[in-house]
Design a protein around this ligand. Structure first.
Ligand SMILES: [Zn+2]
Length: 288
């Protein structure tokens, strides 16, 4: 029998050179999926398992695309989505992930690398003798090397911030990128689920103790304070987790967490290691 699936989306928009799917493509995907699946939120999937194959639309990073482009289409098909938010955004801080995407989109990997190298010490500079494509299968060498340094090198977040400030106005971009409080309220009123994507979008496996606990509990508290909701689900930022992270997530009262391990729900080891299918890997075409 066909299994249930959880789909991963980030940007859903037109006329963008960031990695995204177009609004029309999203529409075609949901139209096709509606013939085979029941659409539910992630917590509904966990709380009310059924024999019928279900599909969860999940959206990482709390992007404004969710309100502008996704919500009207979900509404049209009577579907719901689960939107994972990094709550530091609600406190006015842009995530490193979007700074990276925007700089890559504006400068391209070569120029971005040049700018990055100006802001880091000699031993952290990106050199042309490296190749980290094994870590980032979908990327060209320059992009892979850049991502590796941004992900793993000490001081890269500060360097990224400096490069970002040179090319963008953070306050302005924040408003045009992420869901506002008011938009989240409207989405909740339409039955959408809000989940956690950590507080500041960290690699959680690299944290422990109070730092780890705070990344998991701050979103619970902030979302409760702002919207009077008890969040039940989480998406690990970067899909990064380990057994300590899972134990902490359980202990904090969440009922499920999604990864970026490809597969359907039945392939998952537990509700705290749920596999997902990236929207780009869904064989639906197309129309742009
Ligand atoms: Zn993310």
């Amino acid at each position: 029998m066909m299994g249930s699936i959880i789909l991963t989306y980030h940007y859903v928009r037109d006329n963008s050179n960031m990695k995204c799917i177009t609004v029309n493509k999203f529409h075609n995907q949901i139209e096709m999926l509606s013939k085979q699946y029941k659409f539910v939120t992630l917590s509904e999937l966990i709380k009310n398992p059924t024999n019928r194959p279900c599909c969860v639309f999940s959206f990482d990073d709390g992007l404004i695309d969710g309100f502008n482009n996704v919500l009207p289409i979900l509404h049209k098909f009577g579907a719901k989505g689960t939107f994972f938010i990094s709550t530091s955004v609600l406190l006015g801080k842009m995530l490193a992930a979007q700074k990276r995407h925007m700089l890559l989109s504006k400068l391209g990997p070569i120029k971005f690398t040049e700018e990055f190298n100006k802001k880091v010490s000699n031993k952290n500079k990106i050199t042309s003798s490296e190749n980290y494509q094994d870590y980032y299968h979908r990327d060209d060498v320059a992009t892979a090397n850049l991502k590796y340094h941004l992900d793993y090198c000490v001081g890269s977040e500060e360097a990224l911030q400096k490069v970002f400030s040179k090319f963008f106005n953070e306050k302005k971009e924040l408003q045009s990128l992420y869901l506002s409080e008011n938009q989240i309220k409207i989405m909740l009123s339409k039955g959408m689920e809000i989940g956690s994507h950590g507080h500041t979008h960290q690699h959680l496996s690299r944290l422990s103790g109070s730092k780890l606990i705070s990344e998991i509990t701050k979103p619970q508290k902030i979302l409760k304070d702002h919207f009077s909701i008890d969040i039940k689900t989480m998406s690990y930022p970067f899909g990064d987790y380990n057994s300590e992270v899972m134990a902490c997530v359980k202990q904090c009262g969440l009922i499920a967490a999604v990864t970026v391990i490809p597969g359907n729900v039945q392939d998952s080891k537990s509700y705290f290691e749920l596999c997902r299918v990236d929207c780009a890997d869904l064989g639906v075409d197309n129309g742009g």
